[in-house]
Design a protein around this ligand. Structure first.
Ligand SMILES: Nc1nc2c(ncn2[C@@H]2O[C@H](COP(=O)(O)OP(=O)(O)OP(=O)(O)O)[C@@H](O)[C@H]2O)c(=O)[nH]1
Ligand SMILES: [Mg+2]
Length: 396
């Protein structure tokens, strides 16, 4: 299934049905009085969290969602039927923004959680409502109000506890495949992973979710390689594992490689860069022990890395159990720290704004580029227009 993590849609709530203007007309009953019923309320549009979804691709085929309008009121004091509300299923981790004002409207994070995004119109009143002792034959009704119409922007951030960072080929997918039931594609060329993958890692009775995203390269924040937009999926993680290949196939230096990732992440989001990060040296089995130790020492000293450090070989399953056990205990520790929750909310908001700001800027750039191309194309067409037609210019 195609992976889409940003999209815009238009949602239209139903209008309220108009009230009815009617009088009771029956044989032998003179001046039956008003009997026009009220209209029905318009249906609203809600979003509903669904854990079975993990992409926003469906909205590319259905960018407009409408709820039913309420029916008109009828004679004999009959109220019009209400318009049916629409529940739009979205993947968990969807952030919702107003696409015009860029205001943040909320997140849908839990299974079955609903969020009202377009309120249906209120019903109109029938003429019965206006009868009084001084006006016994009112000809007044109201129309019902219009339903909300909104342009929404969805930004999906997958929900995972752990995020994997690294250059292409660092061994992220091999790690996720060796510790979870996920089976991402692994190959000895860069950019095997083109979209994020999730894996569930079981440790005893507990489990955590690990997210593998496409690799970053130098200049990713400016759009090189696959860019940095997939980093948004690390926004909700509690802990990042930075994988550094001890023996890169392209002969590059692990110290430089470490710095490239740090730099690109910080350019994208300071909040993500400030998350707790562990350093994981990968492919331990390739090099002799002393050579590996030397490279690790070099990276740690040159980069002044202060956090926990692990060395693994995902292929030989060396060090992976120790890594998963350490992750699980750290996650439990983090959940126990009540104080963290407040920080978490503040950080969450900061990252959300940074991610949204980056996406909006990229969209703006794309729009400008599209307009420029169109302009160039029309200039080209003008230049080719050598048909010697008489051209008339109208002066104002
Ligand atoms: N010897 C050895 N090779 C490994 C190890 N981990 C990964 N590799 C190899 O390194 C290459 C890249 O591994 P991937 O897991 O695809 O790397 P990735 O970080 O997911 O790379 P992309 O998705 O392409 O960016 C593959 O050929 C793997 O077989 C390891 O622990 N030991
Ligand atoms: Mg991969």
């Amino acid at each position: 299934m195609k992976f889409v993590d940003e999209t815009s849609i238009r949602v239209e709530a139903g209008n309220g049905g108009p009230g009815c203007l009617s009088f009771r007309r029956e044989k032998y009953i003179a001046k039956g009085g008003p009997d026009g019923g009220d209209g029905g309320d318009g249906g609203s549009v809600y979003l509903k969290g669904d854990s079975a979804l993990n992409t926003l691709v469906d909205f590319q085929f259905k960018p407009r969602i409408r709820a039913e309008s309420g029916e008109s009121g009828k004679g004999k004091d009959c109220t019009g039927a209400k318009g049916e509300s629409v529940y739009v299923r979205v993947p968990l981790g969807t952030s919702v923004f107003d696409d015009e004002s860029q205001e943040f409207l909320g997140d849908v994070n839990d299974e079955g959680e609903t969020m009202l995004v377009a309120q249906g119109g209120f019903h109109g009143l029938g003429n019965t409502r206006f009868k009084s002792s001084t006006n016994r034959a009112p000809r007044q009704t109201t129309k019902g109000t219009k339903g909300d119409l909104k342009l929404l922007r969805f930004e999906l951030k997958l929900i995972a506890d752990i995020g994997l960072l690294g250059l292409p080929n660092a061994g992220r997918s091999t790690l996720i495949a060796s510790v979870s039931a996920a089976r991402p594609k692994v190959a000895d060329y860069p950019f095997t992973t083109l979209v994020p993958n999730l894996g569930v890692v079981k440790v005893g009775d507990e489990s955590f979710v690990i997210a593998d995203i496409p690799g970053l390269i130098e200049g990713a924040a400016e759009g090189m390689g696959l860019g940095v937009q997939f980093l948004k999926h690390l926004a909700r993680t509690r802990l990042l594992l930075h994988l550094v290949d001890l023996s890169p196939m392209d002969g590059s230096n692990p110290v430089d490689n470490f710095r490239v990732i740090e730099k690109e992440v910080a350019k994208y989001s300071k909040g993500i860069a400030e998350k707790e990060q562990w350093l994981v040296f990968s492919k331990l089995d390739i090099l002799p022990e002393e050579q590996a130790a030397e490279i690790m020492k070099d990276v740690l000293e040159s980069c002044e890395f202060k956090g926990p450090v692990f060395k693994i070989s995902a292929v030989a399953k060396r060090g992976t159990d120790a890594l998963c056990n350490a992750i699980q205990s750290r996650l439990l520790e983090m959940k126990d720290l009540e104080r963290e929750e407040e920080d978490w909310d503040v950080m969450d908001e900061k990252i959300r704004n940074e991610v949204h700001h980056y996406s909006s800027k990229q969209r703006e750039l794309r729009r400008e580029r599209r307009e420029e191309t169109q302009k160039l194309r029309s200039v080209d067409i003008d230049a080719q227009d050598d048909d010697n037609d008489v051209e008339v210019h109208y002066e104002p």
